[in-house]
Design a protein around this ligand. Structure first.
Ligand code: 5AD
Ligand code: SF4
Length: 463
C-alpha cells in the first residue's frame, strides 16, 4: 500500500447511523485509513444512508450526482476513488442503487458494515459488490474499538448502541425491514465500551436503539432489562450523565420508571414518541397502545421525577387521518406540555402495510397540518424554555459556543445552553444561572464552576 489512505463518511438519519459511522471509521483506522474532512480528499467515500422518509433517500441520490463528478475528476488525475452506499437505503434498495447510480462500487446494509475491509478489497479488484444479507456473526464483536485519541476528538458525550432492530411493526415504518429483528448486545460488552469511553474523558453516554427500552441483553445471570443496565452503568467512574433513546411507550416498565427516581445520573428527559393523539390512528398504525395508555406512562414518570421533560415524534397525514384525528394530535401536545418534538408528513414507504392503503391523505392537507402542529410544538417548547429562566441548571459544557469566550453545553433537559466560561470547563458539569431563553437554546451565567462543589473554586475561574 502506498501512502496513507483517506476515508470520508457522510451520515444521514438517526443517531444510530452516527454511531455506525464512527465504528466504521474505527474499523478502517485499523486498516490504515485516516479521516478526510471533505469528500474531495478521500480514497473511499461512504454514504451512510437513511430510508425512514422519502426525502432522506432522495438526498442520497442527489449527493451521488455530485460524487460522480468528483470521482470522474479524480480519475482524470489518475486517482481511484471507491464509492460505497451503506445503511438503510442500501439495505432496502440493494443493487438497484448501482443500476440507478453506476458511480457506486459497493452497497452494504447496517448489518454488514463490520465486513467493510473485505468488501473494499473486492471492490478494489474491480467488482461491483452488494452485501445486504443479514449477517449471522456478531457485528459489534468484529468491529474495532475507538482509540483513545479518536474518542477524545469526538467530545465529552457519546452514543453507545445497546439494542438494534425492531419487532413492533408499526404499519408506517421501514425499520423492521432495514434493521431487522430486535437484537440486544450483551451487558459485559456494553459495560466495557462505556468504561473505555469514560477512561478517555467521556462524561455523558446516551444508550441508543430503535426500541431501546425493549433492551434484554445477556447478563451474568440471565437477561437484563434496560433499568438494570442503567443501574450498572451509573456506577462507572467518570460517567456524570446517562440518557437513552428511542423508547416505545409499551416498554416503559415499572423498573425503568423507578430508575428515573433513583438514579441521579439518569437525566430527567425522555424522548417518547406518540406519533398520533388519535386512538383510531394509533390502532391503524399498530402502535399497540391508546392515547390514555400513553398519558398514563407520562403521569407515572412525572410522579417518579417531577421535573421530567418530554419530547416526541409525530406523523401527520397518516392514511385515513381526518381533521378530528388531527385535532386529537394537536390536543395531546398541550396535554403533555412537550419540551420539544419532531413532526413529519406521512411518507409511504415501499413494502409497508400503510403504503398499500387506499385512504391516503393528499399532500395539501399534510402540509397544512404539519404547519399547524409545528406552531403548537414551538409554542410549548418556548413555554418550557421560559420556565427555565431564573433557575440554576446543571450544564455539561461540550465545546466552544457561538461567541468568543463562550462555551455551549446541555441542560439536564437537553436544551443547548450558552454561557461565558473558560475552555477548561469543557467536560465539567457546571451550575449555570439561566438568564434568557431563545427559541432553541438558553443563555446563562456560570454560578459555580462545579455544580456539586462549594463556591471557592469560583476564585480560580475569575483569576
Ligand atoms: N413517514 C413519516 N414519518 C415517519 N417516521 C417513521 N416512518 C415514517 C413515515 N413512513 C417518523 C416517526 C419516527 C421517526 C423516527 O420518523 O415519527 O418516530
Ligand atoms: Fe433512518 Fe431508521 Fe435507518 Fe435510522 S434506522 S437510518 S432512522 S431508516
Amino acid at each position: 500500500m502506498s501512502g496513507t489512505r483517506k476515508l470520508h463518511i457522510k451520515s444521514y438519519g438517526c443517531q444510530m447511523n452516527v454511531y455506525d459511522s464512527q465504528r466504521m471509521t474505527d474499523t478502517m483506522a485499523r486498516e490504515g485509513f485516516v479521516e478526510a474532512a471533505a469528500p474531495e480528499d478521500a480514497d473511499l467515500i461512504v454514504l451512510n444512508t437513511c430510508h425512514i422518509r422519502e426525502k432522506a433517500a432522495e438526498k442520497v441520490y442527489s449527493e451521488l450526482g455530485r460524487i460522480r463528478r468528483l470521482k470522474e475528476g479524480a480519475a482524470r488525475a489518475g486517482r481511484k476513488v471507491v464509492v460505497a452506499v451503506a445503511g438503510c437505503v442500501a439495505q432496502a434498495e440493494g443493487e438497484e442503487i448501482i443500476r440507478r447510480a453506476p458511480v457506486v462500487d459497493l452497497v452494504f446494509g447496517p448489518q454488514n458494515y463490520h465486513r467493510l475491509p473485505d468488501l473494499l478489497a473486492r471492490a478494489e479488484r474491480g467488482a461491483k459488490v452488494v452485501d445486504t444479507e443479514f449477517a449471522v456473526e456478531d457485528k459489534f464483536a468484529a468491529l474495532a474499538p475507538a482509540s483513545r485519541a479518536a474518542t477524545r476528538a469526538r467530545g465529552v458525550t457519546a452514543f453507545v448502541t445497546v439494542q438494534e432492530g425492531c419487532d413492533k411493526f408499526c404499519t408506517f415504518c421501514v425499520v423492521p425491514y432495514t434493521r431487522g429483528a430486535e437484537v440486544s448486545r450483551p451487558v459485559a460488552r456494553i459495560v466495557a465500551e462505556v468504561e473505555r469511553l469514560a477512561d478517555a474523558g467521556v462524561r455523558e453516554v446516551t444508550l441508543i436503539g430503535q426500541n431501546v427500552n425493549a433492551y434484554h441483553g445477556e447478563g451474568p445471570d440471565g437477561a437484563w432489562t434496560l433499568a438494570r443496565l442503567l443501574h450498572r452503568l451509573a456506577g462507572i467512574d467518570g460517567i456524570a450523565r446517562l440518557r437513552y433513546a428511542t423508547s416505545h411507550p409499551r416498554d416503559m416498565d415499572a423498573a425503568l420508571i423507578a430508575a428515573h427516581r433513583d438514579l441521579a445520573v439518569l437525566m430527567p428527559q425522555l424522548h417518547l414518541p406518540v406519533q398520533s393523539g388519535s386512538d383510531r390512528i394509533l390502532a391503524v398504525m399498530n402502535r399497540r397502545h391508546t392515547r390514555s395508555d400513553y398519558l398514563d406512562v407520562i403521569a407515572r414518570l412525572k410522579a417518579a421525577r417531577p421535573d421530567m421533560a418530554f419530547s416526541s415524534d409525530f406523523i401527520v397525514g397518516s392514511p385515513g387521518e381526518t381533521e378530528a384525528d388531527f385535532a386529537a394530535t394537536l390536543a395531546i401536545v398541550g396535554e403533555v406540555g412537550y419540551a420539544g418534538a419532531f413532526s413529519f408528513k406521512y411518507s409511504p414507504r415501499p413494502g409497508t402495510p400503510a403504503a398499500e392503503r387506499d385512504d391516503q391523505v393528499d399532500d395539501d392537507a399534510k402540509v397544512e397540518r404539519l404547519a399547524r402542529l409545528q406552531a403548537e410544538i414551538d409554542r410549548h417548547q418556548a413555554a418550557f424554555n421560559e420556565t427555565c429562566v431564573g433557575r440554576t441548571l446543571d450544564v455539561l459544557f461540550e465545546k466552544p459556543g457561538r461567541l468568543p469566550g463562550q462555551l455551549v453545553g446541555r441542560s439536564p433537559y437537553l436544551q443547548p445552553v450558552q454561557a461565558m466560561a473558560p475552555a477548561s470547563l469543557i467536560g465539567e458539569v457546571v451550575a449555570v444561572a439561566i438568564t434568557r431563553a431563545g427559541s432553541n437554546s438558553l443563555f446563562g451565567e456560570v454560578a459555580r464552576p462545579f455544580a456539586h462543589e462549594p463556591a471557592p473554586a469560583l476564585a480560580s475561574l475569575e483569576s
